[in-house]
Design a protein around this ligand. Structure first.
Ligand SMILES: NC(=O)c1ccc[n+]([C@@H]2O[C@H](COP(=O)([O-])OP(=O)(O)OC[C@H]3O[C@@H](n4cnc5c(N)ncnc54)[C@H](O)[C@@H]3O)[C@@H](O)[C@H]2O)c1
Length: 337
């Protein structure tokens, strides 16, 4: 089967592309390379351009009329940057996504899987969130995801499209064949920073916030191996219609599914796991939370299991090990180490 992957030159999109190829499918990548890497598109069907470019989208669908569904991964994703540049985040993530959904509908493409985020959840007392837990997106970035979920829901209902919003928790690790991975020079993700500290690229690992109402005061997250995440996408894309059948075809043509490991891990616990895998102590320091940071949450995975027949299999240690390995070798693929 053939699928269009927007943001397919990015970390998650490129991993899904690899997983789809491994499963015998044909991904078509649309990416502007605003942050993504051309190296991840080598040997693939790749269109460089903007998600809201109607001429390009028309060209893609005329050259690939057999595209079965679209995975919409393309977005700007850095929380502190979104606090400084909300205009750009709302333009890129909201206005352009809305435009793209409209164009896709006109082109007759009715199946959309959307990369949403667990960052939209409100704090709940025990940190475990089902898809119906209260929402309170705490940053412009998170609000772009929250808004796009509503846009997708309304779009599906009004125009007879079908949409699945996948709320990712915290992806870690790398494709087991190391074809792609975290690509930013200075990662803002917690594990990327730990790897940078371990490899001597930064002096110390900063724990941002130690007064959250968690068991040890540090933020709590649900770390999900990106290869597990990719497997869930393969299911959502290839079994798209069956997923709706399993959900008894909701009237609004729209589904939300958490993608997490189902386990809450604090930053202190993550550092401990990292030191265990790395085999050495890591220098840490404590700082105030960054703008837009939240205490965190972990996933209830019941719906993912019921609708996608999927659950996370890979351990946090495996995620850390593959991230460390990628940190060592990515200079062979990317122009910087
Ligand atoms: N990485 C995470 O921790 C995380 C967590 C939750 C949700 N998500 C969501 O997953 C998706 C992918 O995230 P990622 O970590 O792979 O980020 P990424 O930055 O690696 O990938 C995003 C890709 O989108 C492309 N892009 C951005 N704007 C575009 C536009 N207007 N037109 C065409 N291409 C454009 C970029 O060039 C990049 O390749 C995003 O939607 C993000 O919000 C990520």
């Amino acid at each position: 089967m053939k699928f269009l992957i927007t943001g397919g030159a990015g970390y998650i999109g490129s991993t899904v592309v690899s997983a789809l190829e491994d499963a015998g499918h044909t991904p078509v990548i649309l990416d502007s390379l605003v942050t993504g890497r051309v190296e991840f598109t080598c040997g693939k069907i790749f269109y460089q351009g903007d998600i809201a470019d109607p001429v390009l989208l028309k060209q893609i669908f005329s050259e690939h009329p057999d595209i079965h569904a679209v995975l919409h991964c393309a977005a700007l994703i850095v929380v502190p940057e979104s606090v400084e540049m909300p205009y750009e985040y709302y333009r890129e993530n909201v206005a352009k996504s809305n435009e793209m959904f409209h164009i896709l509908n006109e082109l007759g493409c009715k199946r959309i899987v959307f990369s949403s985020s667990a960052a939209i959840y409100d704090n709940v007392e025990n940190f475990m969130v089902t898809e119906s837990a209260p929402l309170a997106p705490g940053s412009p970035y998170a609000r772009t995801k929250f808004i796009m979920e509503m846009v997708l829901q309304d779009t599906c209902k009004a125009y007879g499209m079908k949409g699945i919003a996948l709320r990712y928790f915290n992806p870690i690790g790398t494709d087991p064949k190391y074809r792609s991975g975290i690509h930013v020079k200075n990662p803002s993700h917690v594990l990327g920073k730990l790897v940078d500290t371990a490899l001597g690229k930064q002096e110390a690992f900063t724990i941002t916030g130690v007064n959250w109402p968690t068991r040890d005061g540090s933020g709590i997250r649900d770390y999900i191996h990106v290869w597990d995440l990719a497997a869930a996408h393969v299911k959502a894309l290839t079994e798209f219609d069956q997923v709706f059948e399993r959900a008894d075809n909701p009237e609004d043509n729209y589904l939300v599914i958490n993608l997490g490991s189902g386990k809450g891990v604090t930053v202190f616990e993550l550092v401990e796991a990292f030191e265990r895998v790395f085999g050495q102590k890591i220098k840490t320091q404590v700082a105030d939370p960054r703008p837009g940071d939240v205490a965190g949450a972990y996933a209830n995975g019941d719906r993912a299991k019921a609708l996608l027949n999927w659950q996370a299999n890979l351990s946090i240690d495996e995620g850390i090990r593959s991230a460390l390995e990628w940190g060592k070798i990515r200079g062979k693929i990317l122009p910087y180490p």
